[in-house]
Design a protein around this ligand. Sequence first.
Ligand SMILES: *[C@@H]1O[C@H](CO)[C@@H](O)[C@H](O)[C@H]1NC(C)=O
Ligand SMILES: *[C@@H]1O[C@H](CO)[C@@H](O)[C@H](O)[C@H]1NC(C)=O
Length: 392
Amino acid sequence: MLDLVRPIVAAALVFSSVAALPTFAPSAPASRPVPIVIWHGLGDRYDAPGLVSLKQDLEETPGLEGVFVHIVQLGDDGSSDQRATFFGSANEHVSRACAQLADLPDIVDPVLNPSAHFDALGFSQGGQLLRAVVERCGAIGKGVASPGARMRRLVTVGSQHMGISSLPPCPPDSGPLSPCKLMHLSLVRSGIYTPWAQHNVIPAQYYRDPKRIDEYLAGNDFLRDINNERVGDEQASEEEREGAVRDWRGEVEGRNATYKDNLASLDKLVLFRFSDDMTVVPPHSAHFTLPSPNDTSTCPLPPLPPDPGCYAAPLPWSELPLYKDDYVGLRTLDERRSVSKRVCEGVHMEIGRECWKAIRRVFVGGRGRDQGGAEEVWHREEEDAPKLVLQV
Ligand SMILES: *[C@@H]1O[C@H](CO)[C@@H](O)[C@H](O)[C@H]1NC(C)=O
Ligand SMILES: *[C@@H]1O[C@H](CO)[C@@H](O)[C@H](O)[C@H]1NC(C)=O
């Protein structure tokens, strides 16, 4: 999964053919394309060859010529950026990312970016971090001289919107002192829901075990917050529900209406999951749901290793409190047909050419060029088609 040599080779294979596609005669775009912000996944780094090749490919995509692409960077160099995917506070990372974007004239300067928008592409955990960016930061760089830039389309690929109930495994070649091994070790020592882990270990901050939901609701300040879940929610224990403070409508108090308005203001939310994901448990999280508790299939549940290709029936959104009661605007978006759920063939973060083309297409063209709605589109790959392998 995280082989270091293969990504480079694979990236070259995938994109040499993309680069060879004929480019259309330039019909001078009236304005620059909407900038794109990429946030990478766990264990990846802003300067990884795979990511850099994706950035270049976007810059050369017909319809996106001259696009400004920014890869979120949270360390001074590649290895500290990589460490920051494992360790630190997700809340702080999100504020730093918003500040970073606010410092980029290509995003916030109305002359350089007349669209006053940007698009976002989040790989794996970068997906929920970017969702936090749109929910919390709203118009980035808004000030007296600028209206600020708002996120227009958000594409997440193999992300964990409903959390994880098992930690992602380390790549087989991780040394004993690799950040991944250290992360696992630190969580064995401290426990996922301890304040220490909740402030220092990134995956703990989107760990959401449905069997220990009260601990999550009481101790988590990242995923719980951006999902607008509150103590007393429908999924909490009877006891917790009774203790909840409710407003005059009988709603659990404290959901942040700004998060909902901001997410619902997206023009598109596109959720990709991988068909054979064995890293994200449950893989349903990439489609912003959970496995249905009524599923009668025999897909192994954690802590058993997942079975590739065995995808337990997803909980329909109509049964998911977060959707039903529209905690974050997902339902508003969906009812406006602005949410798409897609599937890329393959294991976590192995992005085949067809998958990449489907991702890229979201950023090209105006509203309505994309299908919208909640239908799934499968992107079949040829057996041994080259794949770009990104970190989890
Ligand atoms: C809601 O979120 C916004 C943006 O992060 C924040 O400024 C505000 O204080 C939050 N409101 C509540 C009630 O938590
Ligand atoms: C599970 O089955 C029960 C009983 O048939 C039903 O009431 C409930 O709505 C189902 N839940 C889901 C999530 O499908």
